[in-house]
Design a binder for this molecule. Sequence first.
Ligand SMILES: [Zn+2]
Length: 129
Amino acid sequence: MVYHIPSDEDILTAVEKVFQKYHIVTSQHALKKLVEKELQSTKKHLHVSGPRLRTLVLNSGKARVEIRTREGDPKKILNKCPVCGGVLQRVKNQTIYGGEVTIEFRCAVCGYWTGKKKKIPTLYVFHVD
Ligand SMILES: [Zn+2]
């Protein structure tokens, strides 16, 4: 079986059609299935990887994502957003008492944020407002 790789434009056109029908898609896997179904209505054997699809959708602003996470390794260094590949901004929060500073990292593109225990995304819910 030969797999064909669709262009970003093909994927985003299919994504738009999916979001016209469904305003909430409850996982990345479900979104991938729906988008591939749209893609395959024009050309057979078009496939897209979940992470590529997610990154494209979030950077296009066609949907916002609600991210479920679990706690990860505090020693892990995040060079970029694990959700959309965006730049993580370092935010310092000064607590009122004692002057303790906590460091958080936030992504301006998709809204991912994490504290010391680097949050690992486990589920993505896509919403169209
Ligand atoms: Zn992000």
